[in-house]
Design a protein around this ligand. Structure first.
Ligand code: S3P
Length: 441
């Protein structure tokens, strides 16, 4: 049986901080598992994120013929399929992970196999028409057998042709799905993004010798035909996950006389808009770059010194680079002086849960003046955090962690319910809070 508790009590604390490293980046770990999984030979991956989501990707790659194991000291080794992707015996369980189902669908679409993919209740509620459209234009057939264009998905793959595709939503998952499918297609795909989104797939492909060309909002990739690319196994290193680090940054940013340093964090500029938001709010942010990892990702140390924050407005082109941190911008809004506005963020409604409704309802139950907008939220601060009831994660890891961070600024202990979901992205989160001075039981 799992020892993960169902709920925690988070107590207010005066001081919080220290020096810490967070687990590996989730987006990058998924992509390495997939590309090392189709490579020839052995890859070793340092700092792979061993969270439920990424383990689901590893398991799915195993069902397609890759092999992986973790050594006693935690290093992951992947033996790739070397181009021979098998038809799995049963349905691929992607758990809670949108990245697993959407990116892997791209690889599967280019194989002459039929595969069913599904996941938990949350994943079965998320839009999948956004990958069916481009993959069918390339020549695959996708049946969305869930209600309202959702999983379970049945993919009938085959020989694909490249496409010119304008992404209707700014989504790195959809972009990456098309890029992975293009690896197995004939011709040159051109993708046009409405706004720049995280480019981990492009960087990793380039590191592996695949010529992905980015020109402004356009990305071009020439396929290798149905046999796919020749990639050799190698070493990879995963930076610390900026999105995990962001919870610890927010736990300090509004707290006087507190300081946190998070080491070896990914600093990909398409992920770090939250640093700009913190700076706009008046936070004291220092970044010490280190190097670029094997995998083409910048990495460095981030230090935040806490103080008084002022409200921020976020929207437009920064939203895709801030998307997973928006629950924390809502927390910032609750603690800062003035009215915080989040707009152009309707994508939040189709994340693991509807994070607009989820955050606003929970904020209200903690005494915060918060209001839902169709595409965002308005939060008036600073609030006195007074819990009226337990807060509910609704099964969403980022909602659970954001609320725990806010609870540490409160006036009384807060019960955070349904916290097993935190394991999907940040195993060790509660222990890290304790290590930095949090009081969590
Ligand atoms: C991800 C992209 C984003 C992000 C998600 C991970 C990825 O989703 O919210 O947590 O790994 O590509 P969208 O691409 O759907 O915006």
């Amino acid at each position: 049986m799992s020892e993960i508790p169902q709920s925690v009590i988070v107590h207010p604390v005066e001081k919080f901080g220290g020096t810490i490293e967070v687990p590996g980046d989730k987006s990058i770990s998924h992509r390495i598992a997939m590309l090392a999984g189709i490579a020839s030979g052995e890859s070793t991956v340092h700092n792979f994120l061993k969270s439920e989501d990424c383990i689901n990707t590893l398991r799915a790659m195993e069902a397609l013929g890759a092999r992986s194991y973790v050594s006693e000291d935690g290093e992951l080794t992947i033996h790739g399929t070397g181009g021979k992707i098998l038809e799995p015996a049963g349905s691929l369980n992607c758990g809670n992970s949108g990245t697993t189902i959407r990116l892997l669908a791209g690889i599967i679409a280019g194989q002459s196999i039929s595969v069913e993919m599904s996941g938990d209740e949350s994943l079965q509620s998320r839009p999948m028409g956004r990958i069916r459209d481009p993959l069918e234009k390339m020549g695959a057939k996708l049946e969305l057998t869930g209600e309202k264009g959702t999983a379970p998905i049945k993919i009938h793959g085959g020989s694909l042709k490249a496409i010119d595709y304008i992404l209707p939503v700014a989504s790195a998952q959809v972009k990456s799905c098309i890029l992975l499918a293009t690896l197995f297609a004939e011709g040159t795909t051109t993708i046009t993004e409405p706004l720049p989104t995280r480019d981990h797939t492009e960087r990793l492909m380039r590191e592996l010798g695949i010529n992905v060309i980015t020109d402004g909002l356009q990305i071009k990739l020439t396929g290798f035909g149905q046999k796919g690319p020749k990639i050799n196994g190698r070493e990879f290193e995963v930076p610390g996950d900026f999105s995990s680090a962001a919870f610890l940054m927010m736990a300090v940013a509004a707290r006087k006389k507190s300081k946190v340093t998070i080491k070896k964090v990914g600093l990909n500029p398409r992920r770090t808009a939250f640093l700009e938001v913190l700076k706009r709010a008046g936070a004291d942010v220092t970044i010490k770059p280190r190097k670029t990892t094997e995998g083409g990702e910048p990495i460095g140390d981030i230090t935040i010194v806490g103080g008084t924050l002022k409200a921020v407005e976020v929207g437009g082109a920064e939203i895709p680079n801030l998307i997973d941190e928006l629950p924390l911008v809502a927390v910032l809004g609750a603690l800062a002086e003035g009215t915080t506005v989040i707009r152009n963020a309707a994508e939040l409604r189709v994340k693991e849960i509807d994070r607009i409704t989820g955050m606003v309802n929970n904020l209200k139950s903690l005494g915060v003046d918060a209001e839902e907008q169709e595409d965002g939220m308005i939060i008036r601060g600073p609030a006195k955090i007074v819990p009226t009831t337990a807060v509910k994660s609704l099964g969403d890891h980022r909602t659970a962690m954001a609320l725990a961070v806010l609870a540490m600024y409160g006036t009384a202990p807060v019960v955070v319910n349904n916290i097993a979901c935190v394991e999907t992205s940040y195993p060790g989160f509660w222990q890290h809070l304790r290590d930095l001075g949090g009081h969590v039981e």
